[in-house]
Ligand binder design. Structure first.
Ligand SMILES: [Zn+2]
Ligand SMILES: [Zn+2]
Ligand SMILES: [Zn+2]
Ligand SMILES: [Zn+2]
Length: 330
């Protein structure tokens, strides 16, 4: 007789039908709090505190960490009691086995950490794995993108795009560890290095003006990828050059983004960073254009005072005309 297979429970959110992984704490789409009970009668035991499936043999709930020891609890730490799998030993060396993604060891009750290699990003609130499509972190229930940590810069950038008459291209902002930028394969995802927000340089040290500047710069990259065919036009290439040129830049230019004044050092570029690559040139042009609300007259009078070359004017005109053409203006 073959072993009877336990039917897989429907792993979908009962409210929004998003596909879930077992033992996520929250639905990543609608944020609903999830409860993983013993619906399949695998262990015949649920934690009296959190209601999630537990083993009778356990001394601690692996989900909420509370002490659930009773006469059924095993005297010895076990490897994998009925209903649970063995993925590795407890990281504290108690000898018991733990299953992904248990938060606590069922035998000694100490917190467990996991590698979240299958995820695209790290939650800025709890450091566990999240994917870019997620609105809510499935582990801690906070905003998975970290946008809640930079509301002021986001509001300001959104407002500036509107007054500059640049239509929303449905970009998404997400905080990432160790990197700011936009990848060509995901042109609508704006990555902001989370160390500006959550790391050693705290929010009070990094001004929100700098964050807004960085955001506008990265939005420039995203905008360009989104309208990539435009970069093939003769006028664009004469103004900015060949944007397909390969390049690598260190991510140490963040101070530049705080500068809201146009640099006086280079005649043909708005900032020193703009001179590093045609794509950076465009992103910096975009940043200044949007930060000044698309007001060319103001910008041009400043260029005059700073003795900027004709090429700088042309870059802004190319962008200005393109933005207008997208809105169907003549
Ligand atoms: Zn849901
Ligand atoms: Zn519990
Ligand atoms: Zn343990
Ligand atoms: Zn989280």
């Amino acid at each position: 007789m073959s072993r009877r297979e336990v039917p897989t429970p429907e792993l979908r959110c009962s409210r929004c039908h998003t596909e879930l992984q077992r033992f996520w704490g929250y639905c990543p789409s609608c944020g609903r709090r999830l409860e993983w009970k013993d619906t399949q009668r695998e262990t015949n035991a649920e934690c009296a505190y959190c209601g999630w499936i537990v083993s009778d043999a356990a001394s601690f709930c692996p989900w909420c960490g509370r002490n659930i020891q009773d006469e059924d609890s095993s005297d010895e730490p076990l490897k994998a009691p009925k209903g649970f799998k063995f993925h590795r030993r407890c990281e504290w060396g108690c000898g018991g086995g733990v299953m992904y993604p248990m938060r606590f060891c069922p035998w000694c009750g100490r917190a467990q950490t996991w590698k979240y290699e299958d995820f695209q990003n790290v939650c800025p609130h709890c450091d566990r794995g999240v994917d870019d499509w997620m609105a809510t972190c499935p582990w801690c229930g906070e905003d998975a993108t970290g946008r809640d940590l930079i509301p002021r810069a986001l509001r300001r950038a959104r407002r500036l795009l509107i007054v500059s008459r640049i239509r929303d291209w449905h970009y998404r902002v997400a905080l990432r560890p160790g990197v700011s930028g936009v990848a060509p394969r995901a042109p609508k995802v704006i990555e902001l290095d989370r160390r500006y927000v959550t790391g050693k340089r705290r929010r009070d040290e990094i001004s929100w003006n700098m964050l807004t500047g960085l955001l506008l710069h990265e939005l420039g990259h995203s905008f360009l990828y989104h309208h990539w065919s435009w970069t093939r036009s003769g006028r664009f290439r004469r103004a900015f050059g060949e944007v397909r040129k390969a390049y690598r830049v260190a991510d140490e230019h963040w101070v530049d983004f705080e500068r809201r004044r146009i640099a006086t050092t280079l005649t043909d570029y708005v900032s020193a960073y703009a001179a590093t690559h045609p794509q950076e040139d465009f992103a910096e042009t975009f940043r200044f254009y949007v930060a000044r609300r698309g007001r060319l007259r103001e910008l041009f009078s400043e260029f005059g005072r700073k003795r900027k070359g004709v090429r700088v004017y042309e870059k802004f005109l190319v962008l200005h005309d393109y933005v207008r053409s997208l809105r169907g203006w003549k």
